[in-house]
Design a protein around this ligand. Structure first.
Ligand SMILES: NC(=O)c1ccc[n+]([C@@H]2O[C@H](COP(=O)([O-])OP(=O)(O)OC[C@H]3O[C@@H](n4cnc5c(N)ncnc54)[C@H](OP(=O)(O)O)[C@@H]3O)[C@@H](O)[C@H]2O)c1
Length: 293
């Protein structure tokens, strides 16, 4: 079985490539520019801009993947909001190109979406009606709809607030931002009136592996099991790393001027993934240990 992972230089893409290659799957990884994965493991790498239709056709023709896991995206809501045309190109057109190229191969297409396709009143289950609150969410929903109507066998995976170990070449995550500031004895303000179900990246990798091997189809929420606020996350990081939690100021969202609207109560329910995939994520506390150990 040959698996193509797109966005292999990204946070999820790097972890997924290393995880699946480590399990012995035949992996072709692609991303923009040179490969930033430094962990030794066996995979082919292709530098590609997925917004170029011809390059996508040529890549799929060369790789002939049985499975595509499409993680590549413009993944920052603020960037999507200020660069709407580029966002549509990266988050929607690329999906169209990949689906078209995969059609003759009858590839199993696994699309990584987000909880941002939903609005308030989370945690949400797979069958709830989408109601994105910002342009990023809208673009991801447009892409989901393309996947659903593609005629290909597909799975849509929705994670929430992904965290985990930061490998060489990756951007620091929210948890690492907390650690770095507290280590430098800096005061930080963190919001307590937003709720999420943060997802350890290894849990998503495990869930995706089951989807691949069982050839599962449909939408799956691969999120964490704890519903917590960013403030609680920050305190958990301080507690595990024995840093001074008194430096973390508990604030509400209106402390910051937000250019992008975000749900206060987001998060995803994981009952379906538990039942069908046997998905069982770690607690946030365990996730913090696995992130920093
Ligand atoms: N991070 C989260 O908390 C979160 C939560 C829910 C859902 N998601 C979804 O999960 C997926 C992975 O997220 P992530 O945090 O791993 O994102 P990320 O770190 O931003 O990685 C995305 C990768 O895609 C690549 N990419 C973007 N446009 C491309 C293009 N046109 N051609 C080729 N490669 C391109 C980027 O390349 P460059 O490195 O060159 O920019 C980057 O390496 C995304 O689809 C995101 O929407 C993320």
């Amino acid at each position: 079985m040959k698996i193509l992972v797109t966005g292999a230089n990204g946070f999820l893409g790097q972890h997924l490539t290393i995880y699946l290659a480590g399990k012995g799957y035949h992996i072709a990884a692609c991303s923009r520019g040179i490969c930033r994965i430094t962990t030794p493991c066996l995979f082919e790498y292709y530098a590609i801009d997925l917004t170029d239709e011809r390059s996508v056709l040529s890549l799929i023709g060369k790789v002939q993947p049985d499975v595509v896991i499409h993680t590549a995206a413009m993944s920052k809501p603020d960037e999507c909001n200020t660069h709407k045309t580029a966002c549509l190109l990266q988050n929607v057109e690329t999906v169209k190109f990949l689906l078209q190229a995969c059609k003759p191969l009858q590839t199993h297409f696994i699309y990584i979406s987000t909880d941002f396709i939903f609005g308030e009143n989370g945690p949400h289950s797979e069958d709830e009606v989408p109601a994105p609150m910002n342009f990023y969410g809208e673009s991801k929903l447009l892409a989901e709809n393309l996947v659903v109507s593609s005629g290909l066998r597909y799975a849509i995976v929705r994670p929430v607030f992904i965290y985990g170990p930061v490998l060489e070449g990756m951007r620091p995550s929210f948890l690492h931002w907390i650690k770095n500031n507290l280590e430098q004895h800096k005061f930080i303000k963190v919001v307590s009136d937003q709720q999420r179900t943060p997802t350890l990246v290894t849990d998503i990798c495990k869930g995706i592996e089951v989807i691949v091997t069982q050839k599962q189809e449909g939408a799956f929420h691969l999120a964490g099991k704890d519903i917590i606020s960013p403030f609680q996350m920050a305190v958990a990081v301080a507690s595990f790393l024995k840093l001074d939690a008194a430096l973390i100021e508990n604030v509400t969202s209106d402390t910051f001027i937000e250019t992008v609207q975000r749900a206060k109560h987001s998060g995803l329910k994981i009952d379906k993934a538990r039942k069908i995939l046997g998905y069982e994520p770690v607690s946030f506390e365990e996730g913090v240990q696995l992130t920093f150990n």
